[in-house]
Every structure is written in structure tokens, then in C-alpha cells.
Design a protein around this ligand. Structure first.
Ligand SMILES: [Zn+2]
Ligand SMILES: [Zn+2]
Length: 396
């Protein structure tokens, strides 16, 4: 296996250059044309068949290994989109686009899966088919859903799927995984209260949307604490409350509240959507005003399939030793990968990238302006995926 490690390290050196080039050209939500063209041109150069424009800017590559009597297929997924952030790393490869930044390391994920493609195309030490998915709009844009809606599973079928996320909160090279729920469903809501504004000194002839809205903020918190099984995690955060003209003596006619809802359980997700709508209407009626409530399901929970977590854990243990594998404590963050896991078995793994220096850009949190992907985890991640490909699709 040493020749494999050497080859992967050689490819990863090149992939570091790709990563830094991608980092300089961040694009968001279905505008990832630079990354898509970059991926496509590399695949073309290596003779890897692929299709572009899947789910907007998505790319799907297919690598046929050695012929198999009963052909099986596994998929590996990367995301390509950046964030609306202004980078403050000062690195030579910092973003060249003001207000856009690869602040979640998707430049690294794309380079890793591309490097995996280079390795698999060159070696083909597997029997069956591997697909590489380069998805757009992971950051709240439902890119995974759009790829599936546009026929991904019919046009490019696969039996299992694996993905990863760099994790600055863990030391470099340490993997972390769990069975079942790993990351939450991430939804958003928006509601408008429409009342009768007026003179702030004569509230009895007005209706007060600010008082009604304040009741709702606290009612939503009691939905979490009083109507939810304490064993089932959930979060409702009102993140915007817009009302008022700036005047101290005018009661506004309308207020808009919006925020995020996080859950793991599908039943609880349904309950939140239904009860938040009911509470909004009931509160509006209690205060004598109109209300309009909308709820948007954005990402599905990441629910790891137990058997696939077993395959993933064994791969890490074989390659790097059991001390490089830690149990993942579920968090309420969301990841679009959950939608693929709703359709096919598979698992998502976190790969540590933190350095001992807490000020290193590689140790900064995801979605912060001083964060940078750690290129040293590219060969580690490629080895992990290569091991999965070669053990899940064994060649003899
Ligand atoms: Zn992110
Ligand atoms: Zn991300």
C-alpha cells in the first residue's frame, strides 16, 4: 500500500495548487462556474467522462473500474460554493472577489474529490463504477435537492454515497463520525404582523405589533421547552425583528420576524412547522391583527447509516489507526449532504484540520473571515476515499 500512499501524496501536491487557485475565485449559490469549469477541464484532460450543468452548475463524473459481473456503484461528493464573507486572512491566495470567500473550505473538498478522481482514473484498482459529485449551492441553496430533482439518481445511479467536511475544531488528521443523526435539519421561517399603527401615547386606539411580536418570540421558546421531548434536541432562534420608523412616539403598522429552526427528528420538524404557524395566527388574533407565516425546509438532517459508518470506521482504522477516530457529538449545524442520505445509504465524516497554533487560519472556525482550508489533509482524505472505493468495490 506504500506505493498508493506515495502516489496520492504526489497528486495531493498538485491538488494544493488547485485548491489555492479555487480559493482565489469564490462564487456562491448556482454561480460556481469557475469551479465547475476548473473541475471539468481537469477531468477532460485525464479522459474522465463527465456531465456538467447537473442541478445548475453541478458536475458528475463517472469512472469505470475493472469489469464486474454484478456492477455496483459508489459515489463520493464534494461541494463547490463559497460564502458572502469578506476574507481577512491576508494569505497570498486570498479571495480576489470582494465580499465572497471560501470560508467553509469547499475549495478543499472540491480539490480532494478531484484528486481522488485523478488517482482512481490512473489506478483503477476496483471492480465496478465510481461517481464523483461536485455539487453547487450547499450553503442554504438546496444544491443537493436540485441535483436529485433534475434526475441525478436516474441518470447517474449509485448504491452508496460518502462525503466529508473539514473540521477546524479537531486536530489535523483526526476523523470523527457517529451513526444516526450527526447534523440537524436546518429550516427558516418568516412572519409578518400587520396591525393598526398610531400615536404611541394612545395605544388603546391602535394595535401594537411590537408587543404581539414579543409574545411570539417567547411563545416559540416555550414550544422548544414545553412541547418538545427533552431527549430530542431542537432550536428556534429569532434572528431578525424589524419594526418601527425610528420615531419614539409612533407605533408601527407592521413587524417582520425571521429566524432559523433546527431539529433532528422528522416528526419534530413537522410539529415545529405546524405549531409555529398556529401560534402566529393565534397571537395575531389575540392582539387583533393580521399575520402571514412562511416556513422553508432548507437542508435535511445528516443521518448516517450504521453499516456505512462501519465501513468508514474500518477504513480509517486500517489506514491511520484507531486513535485517529473519535466519536462525533451531534451538532445543530446543517449540511446538504443529508438529502443524499435520505435517498441512498452512506455516511458523512468530519476530518480534523486544526493546528496546535490557535491563531493559525486553519484553526479558525468555519464561516469566519480568518479561516483557511488546511491543504495537508488533502492526501489524508484522498487515501480514506480510495480505501473505501477499493474495499467496497474489491477487484479480487
Ligand atoms: Zn458552511
Ligand atoms: Zn461546508
Amino acid at each position: 500500500m506504500d506505493d498508493r500512499r506515495d502516489l496520492i501524496h504526489a497528486i495531493a501536491q498538485e491538488a494544493t495548487e488547485w485548491r489555492r487557485e479555487l480559493h482565489q475565485h469564490p462564487q456562491t449559490m448556482y454561480e460556481e462556474t469557475y469551479a465547475a469549469e476548473f473541475v471539468s477541464s481537469r477531468l477532460r484532460g485525464w479522459g474522465v467522462p463527465h456531465e456538467t450543468g447537473i442541478g445548475g452548475t453541478g458536475v458528475v463524473a463517472t469512472i469505470e473500474g475493472q469489469p464486474a459481473a454484478e456492477s455496483r456503484c459508489i459515489a463520493f461528493r464534494a461541494d463547490m460554493d463559497a460564502l458572502d464573507l469578506t476574507e481577512e486572512t491576508g494569505l497570498p491566495w486570498a479571495s480576489q472577489t470582494p465580499g465572497k470567500m471560501h470560508g467553509c473550505g469547499h475549495d478543499g473538498h472540491t480539490s480532494t474529490i478531484l484528486a481522488l478522481g485523478r488517482y482512481l482514473q490512473q489506478t483503477k484498482r476496483f471492480r465496478g463504477t465510481v461517481r464523483l459529485l461536485f455539487q453547487p449551492a450547499e450553503e442554504g441553496g438546496r444544491g443537493a435537492n436540485r441535483m436529485v430533482d433534475e434526475g441525478l439518481l436516474v441518470r447517474f445511479p449509485f448504491d452508496e454515497i460518502y462525503g466529508f467536511h473539514n473540521w477546524p475544531y479537531l486536530p489535523k488528521g483526526e476523523f470523527s463520525i457517529c451513526s444516526g443523526f450527526m447534523l440537524a435539519a436546518s429550516d427558516s421561517f418568516e412572519l409578518t404582523l400587520a396591525g393598526k399603527g398610531g400615536h404611541a401615547a394612545m395605544p388603546h386606539v391602535c394595535t401594537d405589533v411590537i408587543v404581539a411580536g414579543s409574545h411570539l418570540v417567547s411563545a416559540f421558546q416555550s414550544l422548544v421547552s414545553r412541547e418538545t421531548d427533552p431527549q430530542q434536541a431542537s432550536v428556534i432562534s429569532v434572528t431578525n425583528f424589524a419594526a418601527g420608523t425610528g420615531a419614539h412616539n409612533v407605533l408601527p403598522r407592521s413587524a417582520t420576524l425571521s429566524g432559523t429552526v433546527r431539529t433532528y427528528s422528522p416528526a419534530l420538524r413537522d410539529l415545529m412547522e405546524r405549531r409555529m404557524a398556529e401560534m402566529t395566527q393565534a397571537t395575531a388574533s389575540m392582539f387583533g391583527m393580521q399575520a402571514h407565516f412562511t416556513y422553508h425546509r432548507i437542508t435535511d438532517p445528516v443521518w448516517n447509516h450504521e453499516a456505512n459508518v462501519g465501513f468508514a470506521s474500518e477504513a480509517v482504522e486500517r489506514l491511520f489507526g484507531g486513535d485517529h477516530l473519535k466519536p462525533f457529538v451531534p451538532v445543530m449545524g446543517g449540511e446538504d449532504f443529508g438529502h443524499f442520505l435520505e435517498k441512498r445509504p452512506g455516511c458523512f465524516i468530519a476530518l480534523g484540520q486544526g493546528e496546535s497554533d490557535p491563531n493559525s487560519p486553519r484553526s479558525q472556525g468555519l464561516h469566519t473571515t480568518r479561516y483557511d482550508f488546511n491543504d495537508e489533509i488533502i492526501p489524508i482524505a484522498v487515501e480514506y476515499f480510495a480505501e473505501l472505493a477499493e474495499t467496497r468495490l474489491p477487484s479480487d
